[in-house]
Each structure stands twice: as C-alpha cells, then as structure tokens.
Design a protein around this ligand. Structure first.
Ligand SMILES: [Zn+2]
Length: 366
C-alpha cells in the first residue's frame, strides 16, 4: 500500500471529474455534510450502493431487524415545521415500511412530552440514527424517572461517534442491545459490532491503515481507508479524518469471527480542544468529564481562543452547586490550569446544519 500516495478531501473536491469513473447521470451522487467547510460530492455506481446496503442489512439482520419491523429513525432531515410541532407532531411516518422518522432538530426539554408520547405510542422494535439524539431523549426521560414500556430489540447508531455515556443511558432507559458501526457517506469500508459486543473490521469491504502523526503504522491514530465498494470514485489510502484504536493482535472474539478487532472508534480527528498545558485533548476524554456528575443532560465545549473555552450545559435540577463544581473540576483537570472555563446553563444547544450534535466545537484549529 505504501507505494500509493495519500488521497485528501481536497483532491476529491477539486478533481472529481478526473477521478470518477462513471458519468453523473448513471451514478448515485452522495453529498457529505459541510462540517469541515467544504461540502464534498462522490459518485457511486448503482451496484456499489446495493452492495453497501446489502452489507448493512445483513449486519442489522444479526440483531433481528428486517425491513417492515417497526423502526424509529433519527437522522438529520428537515421533516417538520414549527406549525407541526405546535400541533404535537415531531415525525413523519413511512406507512409502507413502518418507519417513523423523528426530527432531530427539535428535541428539547420543552418538546419532550411531544416526543416521548409519539415514541412510546409507536413502540419501536428497532431504532436507527444519531446517538446524540436518542441519548438526549433518553437522558430527559431518565431525569423524569421514565422508562419505555415496550422492549426495543436493538439500536443501530449512525453518523456520529457513540460515546460511553450514550451507551449507558440509552441502555438503561430502552433496555436494548446497541450495535455500533463505522461507515461514511464517502464510502469508507465498514467496522461493525458483533453480537458479542466487539468491533470487527470488515476486510471484504476494504483496508484500514492506522497511522500516527508522522503517517507511520500505529495502534492508535488516524485511518487511511481503501474501499472496495467505491468504484465510481475510487478511494485509495484516503485520509478521511477519523481516528480508531486497534485491539491488541492476540485478542480473539467469542463470536468466532477472525476479522480484525478494533478497540475504539474515536471519531473525527478534528474533535479536540487545544490546551495550553496539555496540547490536544480529544473528544473521548472530554466527554468522560461528566462521569459521576449528576444532572448534566448534554454539553458543548466551544473554543475561540487558546486560553479560553465556553461550556454550554443543558441540565436538570440535580445539577446543583456541588455538581457544578465537580464538573468544573473535571474539565479543569483535562484542560489544565491555564485555561479559563466559563460555564453557562442553557435550554437548548443548536445542532449543526447536518442535524448532528457536536460536543466539541474548536474554532481555532489550524
Ligand atoms: Zn465478534
């Protein structure tokens, strides 16, 4: 693989016409969100789209899902209006496939009852979508001591990094299995969670190289992906901007699969706060800072200057003075003493245009 040069986002954005192997009208165009500034387009062959969907269907089938089972979907589509909300509507139904698409833009404390009622009434057997949205709904339910009556079989997170706190709260409120995955709309190969709870690289979908800051092979770091299902826009050693940690080679999974194991999907390599004391503090570390702190439903850390961060917090009544101090202390420990931290309680933290939620918004990264 080392004989091939790296492929960057910029290369694809600027040279798509010479990279792609298909005509746009014969292809399926896919746009990735503009979170890094530029929105990017890739062209898939129809065969590849079917192949990728078949893989996902096969993965979800391990957990009992098939199209037609009641499924709640939380993805970043603008599907409802303020007027709908006033009438108590926060979703759109696909009656044929029995999928209820919930808006991810309106999950707030004020709208909780509307969401919870629609969610319970629908009684989903499966859930697919943004973990932060499902988590928010569950966290609000938990702070009201509510649990879902019916049994959800499994939740399949998509598009965002599943954090340990997501897993914990969602499992406690919905009592369901959670089957994580890594994939991307550009067409990266797959990492899928097996029924034994391990993350396996799926080598039939492509190659993952994990590299350190000097692009040398590493156990933990950024990934270079080479995909077998993107013949329309070939991705070879594509620097996608996500990080993973591989599991030690000697690890074996009880499921019997020999596919390589991943210890953690760390998320976007740009999700970090720059600390004057410690350098990059990554998303996983930051999201852990609510451990043992009562009352925080969600929070976002915004950095506009090197020595200062603003923390927006949505919390319930349990977030008293003592818990606030605890949270402040946990953040301060991670960012170092030279970082000034201002904490602000808010009712709502806006989502990105893509509908995703960012725990970390770093506006000073190079
Ligand atoms: Zn396994």
């Amino acid at each position: 693989m080392e004989d091939f040069p790296l492929l960057y986002k910029k290369d694809i954005i600027e040279n798509l016409d010479s990279i792609t192997t298909v005509k746009e009208k014969e292809a399926v165009a896919n746009f990735t969100g503009g979170t890094t500034g530029a929105s990017m387009k890739v062209l898939y062959t129809k065969d590849n789209v079917q192949e990728r969907n078949a893989l996902l269907d096969h993965f979800r089938a391990h957990y009992g899902y098939k199209l037609g089972k009641r499924c709640a979907w939380f993805s970043g589509k603008n599907i409802i209006t303020e007027k709908d909300l006033k009438k108590g509507i926060c979703y759109k139904d696909d009656y044929i496939n029995r999928i209820r698409f919930f808006s991810t833009f309106h999950i707030t404390d004020a709208n909780f009852d509307v969401y919870w009622t629609a969610f319970c009434k629908f009684a989903p057997e499966f859930i697919v979508g943004f973990p932060s949205s499902v988590y928010e709904l569950c966290a609000m339910a938990a702070s009201r001591n509510l649990k879902l009556e019916n049994k959800v079989e499994a939740f399949f997170p998509t598009a965002e990094t599943l954090l340990p706190v997501h897993r914990e709260i969602i499992q406690s409120v919905l009592r369901c299995k959670i089957a994580d995955q890594y994939a991307s709309s550009e067409g990266a190969p797959f990492i899928l969670e097996c029924t034994e709870g391990s993350l396996h690289i799926h080598p039939l979908t492509g190659i993952f190289e994990v590299v350190d800051e000097n692009l040398q092979p590493a156990q933990e770091g950024e990934i270079l992906v080479t995909s077998f299902t993107t013949e329309g826009t070939p991705l070879i050693r594509y620097r996608i901007g996500d990080r993973i940690t591989l599991a030690p080679k000697e690890f074996k999974c009880n499921c019997g699969s020999a596919f390589p194991l991943v210890e953690k999907i760390e998320g976007r390599s740009t999700d970090y706060i720059l600390s004057p004391t410690y350098g990059k503090v990554n998303l996983g570390n930051i999201s852990n800072s609510t451990k043992g702190v009562k009352g925080v439903i969600s929070f976002q850390v915004i950095q506009n200057e090197l020595e200062k961060v603003e923390v927006l917090i949505i919390a319930n009544d349990n977030f008293n003075k003592k818990q606030q101090e605890k949270f402040y202390h946990a953040l301060s420990e991670r960012f170092g003493v030279n970082m000034s931290i201002s904490m602000n309680l808010v009712d709502n933290i806006p989502k990105e245009k893509s509908g995703k939620f960012r725990v970390v918004k770093n506006n000073i990264k190079p």
